[in-house]
Design a protein around this ligand. Structure first.
Ligand SMILES: Nc1ncnc2c1ncn2[C@@H]1O[C@H](COP(=O)(O)OP(=O)(O)OP(=O)(O)O)[C@@H](O)[C@H]1O
Ligand SMILES: [Mg+2]
Ligand SMILES: [Zn+2]
Ligand SMILES: [Zn+2]
Length: 741
């Protein structure tokens, strides 16, 4: 056997194994046996099923600006590269709450309407739920069953007892045609609605049976669908005809039942269906046409006119139907749907369709606002659960969206450090609203009044107050963060309801990646895309917002983000060149304070090198004072003043280590400025060398400098993720913007 053949045989074996484990066919007796063993899993309606999907994947707690919030891990599933849903924990919880209510109530009586600005992940959230349902339906605890009507051929029935054997070949106690195949069969009629097999048990007996085995199960409430539901119109007709045929022998009717496991499948629209706004028919029926299968029905069934329902609502039965942009349809087109959700039934001309499915719709805020103006709205209101899906307001979470879609693989070039982060910062800045000052009083009011968009951005992201605030103010601000976060929740123009969408920013990122003058996708390329976007006021509605105290100033935000970028590369480039960094200032200053405190007390200090105790070094102290002390001050007084200030700080903050940057912001500013000059000189020199090297002029460099340059680039690459091309661009930018003469 050739290699290819062998491989094919292996594939064949696998396919067969999968087929056998996955496509489980059962007689009704076999099914009922399983169901009674594990009624909790078998007797679920669609709401219970979807709730179990949420629970199956588990939860974890996430820290957010509004406090700790439960996150459902099903939204993290990243299958077939479709990406996961970043953030939106509050929405996840709202959806879960509504579904849990349906479960408690035992019926699905409302439509979930996800609404928000355009591109806020409404569809992505539903897609994630559908994906998770698919995965879960392949697990044993997620097994779903439907049934078919089986009609054996005359030959089978007359010729042997074949039709009455169970799978193992032994004589079955309850004979069934369920395991007949191919030639042995004349017809196999599936139930289009995927009726729950337990509906084959007459209502009263079913109720008694389910209550007997589930009555004592804590936390499980039987749904109306299973307690009160009945077979669909077609199945009922077949059932009645067979019952007549067998003179009322129920067990003989059940022989014709073949229970089949099915799987949630988006592609084949099994139990999950998305309806686009232009689709006009959600459910209808047609007469079953006479073909081989119906012609071969037993004579008793020939007189029946069978109708089979079809349409999205039918396909979605036992699962979930999603109406995308529901309110884009004329009201008349979805009015009936609201009635449908309430009663779980769709009235068609000839009969009523009873459904077991979740109804989730999405719409943008504008359409919802218009909908609320309709006279009918009052009567619709009680049948809809409105769930708001705003834009994200934490840039680190927003960045996750870009990180999963904007990668070297998708853009075809290196993605320079910080690119996605800066895009995310800009996106979130465009969404922030000026705090509503009147809600606060006292000192906090002033603090909130002066909170700039960039400060708010950082507050939301890492719960950190601006450095300019006193410790007391900072504490107060952080303590009230939750209020600030929820401030506009009930307003029609809430925070997260407008601004740039992830979709728009993603487009800017992909456009930036096309820049013919660059090798990498860099922040500069993205910033110039965003600058261009800001000019398109007629295209993007959010650009037309009025600027209020720096909020909604989208062009300015591009500059702010660029300044953030410069800070980042300043630090990284300096670090890569081995120049002094922020933390080093702090260490120097701490050493200085240590000397001064001993000096003030007249104590000796242990020399770190020799281990000897000696007087604090006057040289160390005056070196620092030359930089930080105003020239007219008295040196001794200055030192005593410092130590007194440290003492006062400790009294105010007994629990914390002294944060010198906060305690002495002015001194640190002087320190920074002083080193800036020095740094400029060195940086300029180093930069010239790096640029010469990258331009290919290596011969111009001394061997010593060559090593230096190579070390710098290595550090940029290994510590910070730059390739030579984007390192060059970053260094040039930093030189031009910060260290030009
Ligand atoms: N939280 C998020 N996580 C992952 N992707 C997101 C998120 N928010 C937005 N996106 C991305 O933004 C784009 C729009 O998302 P989606 O289609 O889900 O939004 P929508 O609210 O349904 O939009 P529309 O209002 O146009 O129907 C998608 O490409 C999606 O990947
Ligand atoms: Mg959508
Ligand atoms: Zn049916
Ligand atoms: Zn690069």
């Amino acid at each position: 056997m050739g290699d290819a053949d062998r491989r094919l045989v292996a594939v064949g074996a696998q396919v067969k194994a999968d087929f056998e484990t996955q496509r489980t066919l059962l007689s009704f007796g076999e099914y009922l046996g399983l169901a009674l063993e594990n009624p909790r899993t078998f007797a679920r309606n669609a709401a219970q099923y979807v709730k179990d999907v949420f629970d199956h994947f588990g939860t974890e707690m996430h820290e957010g600006p509004g406090g700790p919030v439960r996150h459902f891990k099903l939204f993290d599933l990243n299958l077939d590269g479709e990406g996961c849903v970043a953030g939106q924990d509050e929405v996840q919880n709202a959806i879960y709450r509504v579904i849990a209510n349906f479960v408690r109530l035992g019926r699905i009586n409302k439509l979930l309407l996800l609404h928000g600005p355009n591109g806020s992940a409404k569809s992505s959230i539903v897609a994630a739920i559908k994906r998770a349902m698919e995965v879960y339906s392949h697990k044993s605890e997620g097994a779903l069953y439907r049934f078919n009507w089986i009609f054996p051929s005359d030959k089978t029935v007359r010729g042997s007892s074949l039709g009455f054997q169970d799978r193992k070949g032994s004589r079955a106690e309850l004979p069934s045609f369920a395991h007949l195949e191919g030639e042995e069969l004349d017809a196999r009629l599936p139930c289009d609605l995927k009726d729950h097999p337990l509906l084959l048990v007459p209502r009263q007996e079913r109720r008694a049976m389910l209550e007997a085995c589930l009555g004592s199960q804590e936390g499980f409430s039987l749904s109306a669908y299973l307690l009160e539901g009945g077979l669909c119109h077609k199945c009922r007709q077949i059932y009645n005809a067979l019952l007549g045929l067998y003179g009322g022998d129920y067990l003989k009717v059940l022989r014709h039942v073949q229970v089949e496991r099915f799987y949630v499948d988006r592609r084949y629209q099994q139990a999950v269906v998305t309806v686009e706004p232009q689709v006009s028919v959600d459910a209808a029926y047609r007469q079953v046409t006479v073909d081989r299968s119906t012609a071969n029905l037993p004579p008793a069934l020939h007189s029946l006119t069978l109708f089979e329902p079809y349409g999205a609502l039918v396909l979605a039965s036992r699962g979930l139907v999603e109406y995308s942009d529901l309110l884009k349809r004329p009201v008349e087109a979805f009015k009936y749907l609201l009635g449908t959700t309430e009663s779980a039934a769709v009235p068609l001309d000839q009969f009523v369709l009873h459904l077991d499915e979740l109804f989730i719709a999405s719409s943008n805020d504008k359409h919802v606002a218009a909908f609320k103006e309709l006279p009918d709205f009052a009567s619709f209101k009680g049948r809809i659960e409105l769930i708001r899906v705003p834009y994200l307001r934490s840039y680190r979470v927003e960045q996750q969206i870009y990180d999963q879609t904007v990668t070297p693989r998708t853009v075809g070039r290196h993605v320079a450090p910080h690119t996605n982060r800066l895009a995310a910062m800009w996106a979130v800045l465009t969404r922030l609203k000026r705090p509503i000052v009147d809600r606060y009083s006292g000192e906090l009011r002033d603090v909130v009044e002066d909170l700039s968009p960039l400060e708010k951005l950082k507050l939301y992201d890492h719960f950190e107050a601006p450095d300019r605030l006193s410790l007391h103010q900072a504490k107060e601000l952080c303590a009230r963060l939750k209020e600030i976060w929820h401030e506009s929740d009930t307003y029609p123009r809430y925070e997260g309801g407008s601004g740039a969408s992830a979709r728009e920013v993603k487009t800017a990122l992909f456009n930036a990646a096309q820049d013919p003058d660059r090798k990498c996708l860099t922040p500069q390329a993205v910033l110039s895309e965003l600058r261009a976007l800001c000019k398109d006021k007629s295209v993007y509605e959010f650009l037309q917002q009025e600027i209020i105290d720096g909020y909604h100033d989208h062009e300015e935000f591009v500059r702010l983000v660029e300044a953030e970028y410069l800070d980042l590369i300043d630090e990284e480039i300096r670090d890569s060149m081995g120049l002094i960094s922020e933390t080093q200032y702090k260490e120097m200053f701490e050493r200085y304070i240590l000397c001064v405190s001993h000096w003030v007390k007249g104590e000796k200090l242990r020399n770190r090198v020799t281990g000897e105790y000696e007087r604090p070094s006057e040289a160390v102290m005056s070196e620092m004072e030359a930089v930080v002390m105003p020239p007219e001050e008295n040196r001794a007084e200055f030192r005593r003043g410092l130590i007194a200030a440290v003492g006062a700080y400790k009294l105010d903050h007994p629990q914390e280590a002294v944060d010198y940057v906060r305690a002495f912001p002015e001194l640190f500013r002087r320190l920074r400025d002083h080193y800036l000059d020095e740094r400029k000189k060195t940086l300029r020199k180093n930069t010239e060398r790096v640029l010469a090297y990258l331009a290919g002029d290596r011969k111009m460099l001394l061997p010593r400098d060559l090593v230096l340059v190579e070390d710098t680039l290595k550090a940029m690459r290994e510590r910070h993720g730059y390739c030579d091309a984007c390192a060059q661009e970053a260094i040039l930018l930093l030189m031009k913007k910060r260290y030009a003469e």
